[in-house]
Design a protein. Sequence first.
Length: 422
Amino acid sequence: MPETMSTNLLRHAGERLLSLALLLSLTLGLSACGGGATATPTDLANPVAVALAATNDRINLGQQIFTDANLSEPRGTPCAACHQATMGFAGNHGGRNGVAVGSLPGSIGSRNAMSNSYLGLIPTPLSFVTVDGVTEAVGGLFWDGRAESAELQALGPLLNPLEMNNTSRKSVVDKIAQSRYAAQFRQVFGADIFTDTDAAFTSIGVAIAAFERARLQPFSSKYDAMVRGQATLSPTEARGMALFMDPAKGNCAGCHLMNPTSGRPEDSAFSEFTYYATGIPRNPAIPKNADPAFYDLGLCGPDRTPPTLPSSVAPGVTISHFCGQFRMPTLRNVAERPAFMHNGFFKNLTEVVRFYATRNSDPVRWYGQAVSNDLPAQYLGNIEVVKAPFNRAANAGPALTEAEIADIVAFLHTLSDAPVAP
Ligand code: HEC
Ligand code: HEC
């Protein structure tokens, strides 16, 4: 998609976020009065202070829920088990196959845990945008965009048998009603909140999303310091950034959008949040992949029902065009993650960049054959071949040398934030 379009998209996402924040603080201000939150007379004279105090309550509550090991069946798998602060808020609960290990002993999922930091940069819900006759899918949460907001996303893992494995909304709400933060939950969401299971369950998502947005986007990396004019990249890192941005070399920034000169770290999301089939090799360690007829098709399922296309799509575009596409994640904190891509095929960042450099020149190295091995024949044509380095002629050799790959990896390490809790 042309750069201006993407920038606009991101800017709109930002605006929407701002108005949401405003709306939230207004709602919070109201519920602080109605819901019996304690406010001193001085605070009441200052509605902004009341709203902020209430926001902090909600954020702290969200953090406690996020790290509560009692909320899984059996206990021991909080959200934080798969979204660890020391792993760029991803990680697979100790799983070494590239995909998440659930709470139930022996349960192994079919996707790599994504980072849940910097959610505020992602446009939601999933939509389809047509520019210059090309229709692209943009935004939404999860690798396949099936969650419409952070509030709703947070409710999925609690009931997913392969993740936290609770049997019902009520069983989750009962656990929270018994928790050490139950009083705080009542204070934030109303004294009677636990009598309405659906309202209480939905409130869990509201608290977690508040926590994620407030605490998990610190913009504290070396790259951010450089953007603010407070740090200088080393020669290797600077070469890596140039290769990352060079349309004739890595062209990474052609998709993983950035703006190092705006002075504003939030202008560098390191993702366009659009969807591509990039031809990631099949991960044989995923249990479902033991069936040669099974394929994870991202936007076409099986973990979601295929989305309905709007009437504004380019002529001839049907949903099958999107089968095999997955949403591009941000590369912020990527160097801390233990596995990469939707199926966790890669465990090593250097290997990821080698894949970009040689997918076209040496497919046998990745697939054991000349064509991608993780899409059924009818969708092979969906694989990206337009944007560099994916447009490279098969006989043109690798897009990057080993030294250049090392420079890009060094640059990717500058995207790691300073360590934070939890
Ligand atoms: C057992 C591991 C596991 C647990 C526990 C878990 N997650 Fe995840 N998380 C994942 C996986 C795997 C994905 C990607 C799933 C997919 O795309 O289908 C994911 C995706 C996400 C995303 C989407 C990020 C994006 O860029 O779209 C968010 C947000 C998230 N999780 C938050 C949470 C919250 C909040 C909890 C607790 C209520 C939680 N997770 C519990 C494994 C886990
Ligand atoms: C055509 C758009 C495009 C280009 C160009 C591109 N990427 Fe990506 N990138 C994606 C998409 C889409 C994904 C997710 C693919 C999936 O998991 O199926 C991704 C995923 C990644 C990941 C894994 C992130 C994670 O959390 O698992 C890394 C690392 C990465 N890209 C680095 C790069 C680098 C380095 C370059 C340049 C050499 C680059 N990308 C160029 C679209 C692109």
